[in-house]
Design a protein around this ligand. Structure first.
Ligand SMILES: Nc1ncnc2c1ncn2[C@@H]1O[C@H](COP(=O)(O)OP(=O)(O)O)[C@@H](O)[C@H]1O
Ligand SMILES: [Mg+2]
Length: 342
């Protein structure tokens, strides 16, 4: 276990209570060639009202972490260590029945490619009935549940007539994503986790989904955790950002700190410089040299060191810990040395 100060990054951005917390969470995939650790000792705290963005290049473990936050990891994956606390309750200690109730009613997930969250041979309306039937503890009167879903459809800019009698194959990609978001909210979860909610969509639907998420937060008070590799979506929506690199969290900070503070992980700096116009209008984008290491061939020390302009001997030997400085937690030897000098 690491000391408290090294793992917590409870950014002083929002005043809400901690609703969802990962503590030293690790996820392993048992593969024929050996065990691959996709999420390695990750801790995070999501507060009521946060819009928490998990970012990083493809293969960094974002989707695996998003699933693990509801104690759901696809086979052959297992949660190998740590815990997830939902308002202080351990999700790893819950029974299957407790998890079933918790997953849609307290913390709901919209997985990547929303398409797979529906049964293709049952209409959306019939699937809604199944959910309402299975959760009388939330909707004792199913008519009220249906009315609430109509209200949610309106929030995602759709009408019951466009959705209820249809099969998922009859919805466009943008509609499917919005129906999946409405569906995920029908049991009034306080936290909504979305994996790449805008990635597969055209620009118009991306815009709609961003507006919808903002509405859900403002009108329903839903706390949002979302995975993305698109920093322009982060800039529009997030209050807090967690940046992952090769299975580790390398920086956690409020959005303004990530975008404008000098105390930044070199990977985060490189990510920001790889997209045009986020930091300085008119500046051309530069790509990050090299690639994310394969999770079964990690370099010793800091996993970013082989691509890092600041890398020094210590970086190639010791994996840096996430050190919190006034709500801005960075895992980088050179950056943290500068921080302690100041
Ligand atoms: N079902 C799986 N079986 C085996 N390995 C997996 C599985 N899902 C993810 N991984 C591995 O875990 C790592 C992280 O993947 P993922 O969480 O999908 O990353 P991201 O969402 O950031 O692109 C990758 O190295 C990937 O190969
Ligand atoms: Mg992913």
């Amino acid at each position: 276990m690491k000391p408290e100060s090294a793992v917590t990054a409870e950014a002083a951005t929002s005043a809400g209570d901690v609703v969802l917390e990962a503590r030293n969470l690790s996820v392993d995939f048992a593969l024929p060639a050996g065990t691959l650790r996709a999420v390695d000792d990750v801790s995070l705290s999501v507060r009521d009202g946060d819009v928490y963005a998990l970012v990083g290049e493809s293969g960094c473990g974002k989707s695996t972490l998003a699933g693990a936050l509801v104690n759901l990891v696809p086979k052959p994956g297992v949660i190998a260590g740590g815990d997830i606390l939902l308002r202080g309750r351990s999700m790893r200690s819950m029974t299957a029945e407790e998890l079933r109730r918790t997953r849609m009613a307290e913390v709901a997930v919209v997985f990547q490619a929303a398409m797979s969250s529906f049964n293709p041979v049952v209409t959306i309306g019939a699937q809604l009935e199944h959910v309402l039937e299975a959760h009388p503890e939330v909707w004792p009167d199913r008519r009220e549940g249906r009315r609430y879903f109509d209200h949610l459809l309106e929030m995602v800019r759709l009408s019951p007539g466009q959705v209820l009698g249809r099969f998922e194959s009859q919805l466009s990609g943008g509609m499917k994503q919005r129906v999946a978001i409405a569906f995920a909210c029908v049991l009034k979860p306080s936290v909504l986790i979305l994996d790449e909610p805008t990635t597969a969509l055209d620009v118009i639907n991306q815009r709609l989904v961003i507006d919808v998420l903002r509405d859900l937060r403002e009108r329903l008070g839903v706390t949002i955790v979302f995975v993305t590799h698109d920093l322009s979506v982060v800039a529009e929506l997030a209050t807090t950002v967690g940046v992952m690199y090769a299975g580790r969290m390398v920086q956690v900070a409020p959005i303004d700190t990530i975008f404008y503070s000098e105390r930044r992980h070199p990977y985060v700096r490189a990510l920001l410089e790889s997209i045009p116009n986020v930091l300085e209008p008119g500046r051309t984008a530069t790509s990050i040299p090299g690639q994310v290491p394969r999770m079964d061939r990690l370099p010793p020390g800091c996993r970013f060191a082989p691509r890092c302009p600041l890398a020094e001997d210590a970086c190639r030997k010791d994996d840096p810990e996430l050190i919190d400085d006034h709500g801005n937690a960075v895992a980088c030897h050179p950056v943290n040395r500068e921080g302690t000098k100041a």
